[in-house]
Design a binder for this molecule. Structure first.
Ligand code: PDD
Length: 281
């Protein structure tokens, strides 16, 4: 495997950044994960738009122009022979002697890009069987709209899920309303058969898959409502599913030991997933 690190393509095992990188010391950086399918990068423009936004919210300089960045991404995918898989892109504020205050303009941001193939069979199995989730209190900072590499709460939540035999942890806010998963957005099909997901402005990351699936559901003529929903409503929902670039749309068939719907992946999740790749660009 080959990784891109600050201007160089290196063997993955030798690729590293300096010990005083601010990503390492302060989680002072942002990232994107993007799906590649049949050699096509899914929703690249939306991912790069979100990267721009994350960088500007944190006042981190852009490592390079969009055209150059796109070129490097394609080169990393090519060198790793990824046809189906994903790339990971991370930008940090750069290397500077440890100080909470931002370094001066001479410090250049660090850029790392890696890529890997994924096994379509593993994904197909999750789609066919559904996954299990747990819920837990949302203990993250208030700027989860920024796709920052500060993912310790998310990592702890996923670990807790794993230790109870589940694959995702779903956050619930102090009012008992679902926010999102540790690395996914959450959707339900409510009692009236409407597709429901939390408004992106209210304490979640604006998932790119979420945005594209809203397009998909409108395209399919489905009723979709962006509103908050409670943990209780989720447990009683006809269907629950989670979305992210890494999983597109996984049905959730059990949450906190409670069976969702009839315990099998729902038809709505299936339908919008199969339409997704026709719409995504
Ligand atoms: N996570 N919410 C959170 C907290 C996320 O970390 C992610 C993605 C999403 C879904 O966003 P998108 O549809 O743009 O992937 C929602 C990535 C995949 C990760 O951390 O690996």
């Amino acid at each position: 495997r080959i990784a891109y690190v600050n201007g160089r393509y290196l063997p993955h095992k030798d690729a590293s950044v300096h010990i005083e990188d601010r990503g390492y010391q302060f989680a002072d950086g942002v990232y994107e994960v993007c799906e590649v399918r049949h050699g096509v990068i899914v929703d690249l423009t939306r991912h790069l738009d979100r990267l721009d936004r994350s960088l500007s919210e944190l006042r981190i300089h852009h490592p390079m122009s969009r055209a150059a960045l796109t070129h490097v991404i394609r080169e990393v995918l090519r060198r790793n022979r990824v046809r189906n898989g994903l790339f990971y892109l991370q930008v940090t504020r750069g290397v500077a002697r440890r100080d909470h205050v931002f370094p001066g303009p001479d410090v250049k941001p660090s850029l790392v890009i890696t890529a890997k193939s994924t096994d379509p069979k593993v994904i197909a199995l999750k789609n066919a069987n559904g996954i299990k989730a747990i819920t837990l209190a949302d203990n993250r900072w208030s700027r989860v709209d920024i796709k920052s590499v500060g993912l310790l709460p998310n990592a702890m939540a996923r670990q807790q899920a794993k230790e109870t035999g589940a694959q995702e942890a779903i956050y619930v806010d102090s009012e008992g309303m679902v926010t999102e998963g540790a690395a996914t957005n959450v959707w339900i099909v409510d009692a009236a058969g409407r597709l429901v997901t939390r408004p992106a402005e209210q304490g979640i990351l604006r998932g790119i898959t979420r945005t594209t699936l809203i397009d998909v559901s409108r395209h399919l003529g489905m009723e979709i409502e962006e509103r908050r929903f409670s943990r209780d409503e989720m447990l009683k929902a006809r269907e629950v599913f989670i979305t992210a670039a890494t999983s597109i749309c996984f049905p959730v068939v059990e949450i906190d030991g409670v069976v969702i719907g009839n315990g099998h992946p729902g038809t709505v999740a299936d339908k919008i997933r199969s339409t997704f790749f026709d719409i995504a660009e």
